[in-house]
Design a protein around this ligand. Structure first.
Ligand code: F6P
Length: 332
C-alpha cells in the first residue's frame, strides 16, 4: 500500500482543498518536527529524569516538570525563526512570546500546551502536545495579548499528539480530521487514518468521578442515567474510562465514540481545562470529525475569550450525547 507522509498529505490539501497555504504547510511541518523531538525525549522515560519537578510553577500554579519545560523550549526554538509566526502563547509562559526582531515575522499565531497530562509522566501513562493556529487579526500592527483573543471558530488548523505505545498526530486544517503514526525508523509521520469520524451515539463516558459531589445538576443527571444502565431511562449499559490525559481521552473518543466531560463544578467554577490551547483545538477537531463540543451552555468554538489562560467547562464527543447533556443544562 502506498504510504502518504504528512508532507504529501499537506501538499495534497494545498492543491485540492485549498485549505493549506505554503506558509501554513511549513508551520505545521515544523510543529510536527518539534513533536518528534518531544516524543523521543518522552520515550527515554526515567533515563532522562522526565518526571522530575524543576521547582517552578506555570501560570496556572501547577508544578512544572522537567519535560514540560523541555517541550516548551523545543517548540519555541523550532518555530521562532522560520518566518511563519508573529507570536506564540503557551501554557508554560505567562505572556505571549513575540518573534525576536532578528527573525522575519509571519501572519500566524501559535497557541500550545507543550505537554498535556504531564502529571502522568512519572507513571508512564500517555501524554501529548496540543496546538492551535490562528491568523493575526486584519490590520493588526502590534501583536499583544488582544491579538490572540479570537473565538475558536477562527482557527485555521489544530492538532494534538499522543506519546503512547506509538506516537500519533491528529490534525485538522478545516477539511476533516486525519491521523498520522510516527514511523520512528524513518522519522516521518505516515497517514494511518484519512478521515476520522465520531459515531453519533455512544455507551462510553469519561469524567473524573472524584468531583461528583461538586457537579451541577445537569451533569449529575446525565451521569446518573448512564450509571443506571439498562434498568434506567437510557435502557442500555454504559462503560467508563478516565486516563486523566486529555490527549489520550480525546483520541479514544475520536476513535470509537464516547463523551468526555470536564464540566465546571462547585470546585472548578470556571472549569478546569484551558480554553485557548486545550478546549478550542479539541473542539475544532471533534466538530471536524462530526462530533460536538460545548461548555454545557454554548458551542465552545463560539466563545469569545477574555484572557489567554482562561479556563472553561468542556463536554465533547459523540454528537447525540453532547446535545443531550447540553439540553439538560438548558432545562435546568
Ligand atoms: O489539563 C491537564 C490535564 O492533565 C488534562 O490532560 C486532563 O484531562 C486533566 O488535566 C485531568 O484532570 P484530573 O487530574 O482532575 O483528573
Amino acid at each position: 500500500m502506498k504510504r502518504v507522509t504528512l508532507t504529501q498529505y499537506l501538499i495534497e490539501q494545498q492543491r485540492s482543498a485549498g485549505t493549506v497555504s505554503p506558509e501554513l504547510r511549513l508551520l505545521l511541518e515544523v510543529i510536527a518536527r518539534a513533536c518528534k523531538m518531544i516524543s523521543h525525549a518522552v520515550g527515554k522515560g526515567a533515563l532522562a529524569g522526565i518526571g522530575d519537578v524543576v521547582g517552578t510553577q506555570n501560570v496556572q500554579g501547577e508544578a512544572q516538570k522537567k519535560l514540560d519545560v523541555v517541550a516548551n523550549e523545543v517548540l519555541v526554538e523550532a518555530n521562532e525563526w522560520g518566518g511563519q509566526l508573529a507570536a506564540m502563547v503557551s501554557e508554560e509562559m505567562d505572556r505571549p512570546y513575540l518573534i525576536p526582531s532578528r527573525y522575519p515575522s509571519g501572519q500566524f499565531l501559535l497557541l500550545m500546551d507543550p505537554l498535556d497530562g504531564s502529571s502522568n509522566l512519572d507513571v508512564n501513562i500517555s501524554v501529548g502536545t496540543i496546538f492551535s493556529v490562528l491568523r493575526c487579526p486584519d490590520g493588526c500592527t502590534t501583536i499583544d495579548e488582544q491579538a490572540f483573543l479570537q473565538p475558536g471558530s477562527r482557527q485555521v488548523a489544530a492538532g494534538f499528539t499522543v506519546y503512547g505505545a506509538s506516537t500519533i498526530l491528529v490534525l485538522t486544517v478545516g477539511s476533516g480530521v486525519a491521523c498520522f503514526t510516527l514511523d520512528k525508523e524513518l522519522g516521518s509521520f505516515v497517514l494511518t487514518q484519512g478521515s476520522l469520524t465520531i459515531p453519533p451515539d455512544t455507551h462510553e463516558f469519561a469524567i473524573n468521578v472524584s468531583n461528583q459531589r461538586n457537579w451541577e445538576p445537569p451533569v449529575r443527571r446525565y451521569i446518573d442515567e448512564c450509571l443506571a444502565g439498562r434498568t434506567g431511562t437510557r435502557a442500555k449499559d454504559f462503560n467508563m474510562r478516565w486516563v486523566a490525559s486529555m490527549v489520550a481521552d480525546v483520541y479514544r473518543t475520536l476513535s470509537r465514540g464516547g463523551i468526555f466531560l470536564y464540566p465546571r463544578d462547585a470546585k472548578h467554577r470556571d472549569g478546569r481545562l484551558r480554553l485557548m490551547y486545550e478546549a478550542n483545538p479539541m473542539a475544532f477537531i471533534v466538530e471536524q470529525a462530526g462530533g460536538a463540543a460545548t461548555d454545557g451552555r454554548q458551542r465552545i468554538l463560539d466563545l469569545q475569550p477574555a484572557a489567554l489562560h482562561e479556563r472553561v467547562g468542556v463536554i465533547l464527543g459523540s454528537k447525540n450525547e453532547v446535545e443531550r447533556v447540553t439540553r439538560y443544562h438548558r432545562e435546568t
